[in-house]
Each structure stands twice: as structure tokens, then as C-alpha cells.
Design a protein around this ligand. Sequence first.
Ligand code: CA2
Length: 145
Amino acid sequence: MRILVINGPNLNSLGTREPHIYGATTLADIEQALITRAAAHSIAIDFVQSNHEGVIIDTIQQMHPVIHGIIINPGAFTHYSYAIRDALSAVSVPVIEVHISNVYKREPFRHHSVIAGIATGQIAGLGWHGYLYALDWFIDAAASA
Ligand code: CA2
């Protein structure tokens, strides 16, 4: 199994600012934890972080023939990118949407995700561990297939 992990705008700044919202863990730390968990289950894992909508869409289009699932934190694109929604909607693999913060406890504009309607599931508010829980879903799904 091969999983693509996508992080959207500003998530490259994790651990450096706003730790009260996003925690002190860096994106590199999160990716390392995912690599470790994936390796223990013989899963290949790829990462992309971009501040650019088009790069995220290009990556989805290029990678979808060779992957079995997507874990995505679209960052603020969550709330308005129909283009990323369309790119994800066009792929046949399960998509798990992850948010570090509980977006439903925050500003009203964060309460709506244009991605959620095409995602298999969503994890929000569980901190960076949400990425690991998303990977666990793929591990469990593969085990029960
Ligand atoms: O809670 C999440 O994971 C979000 O996807 C994070 C996005 C935000 O726009 C979404 O509403 C919820 C923002 C990511 C910004 O990341 C930063 C990290 C460190 C310092 C500043 C921003």
C-alpha cells in the first residue's frame, strides 16, 4: 500500500508560531512519525506540502495512479478550494481530511469544509496525532479487506 500525505498552505510553519492552536510539533516531526508507523506496516508513504493550490492539484493528478489513499490537511483551502475538491473527487482512492485544530470551535468561516463532502472521513481537533489516526484507518481497512 502507498499513501500520499498532503499539507496545504502555512503548515510548513507548524511548531514555530501559534503553538496554542497548532501545537509545538513541526511538520518534519509529524512526517517522521508517519514514516515510522507506515514502515511498521510495510506501507510506502509520500509527502507534499505546498502553499500553492496548483501544486497540490498537480500532485494529486500525477500521483493518483500509483497510490491507494490520500491523507490531506488542505489548510485554509479547506474552506474555499473547489479546485482541490474537484481534483480529489476525480480520484478513486479514499481521502481522509485532517485538521489539527477543532475547526468547529473556531471562527465561523472555518466551520465549513468544501472537501468534507467528497472525503471518506474527517478528523479534526485531535492535534497532530490526527494524521496518525488517519493512517491507522488505512492500516485497519487493509487488514479487514
Ligand atoms: O486545523 C487545521 O489543521 C487547519 O487546517 C489549519 C489551517 C487553517 O486555515 C484551517 O482552518 C484549519 C491553517 C494552517 C496554518 O498553520 C500554521 C502553523 C503554524 C503557524 C501559523 C500557521
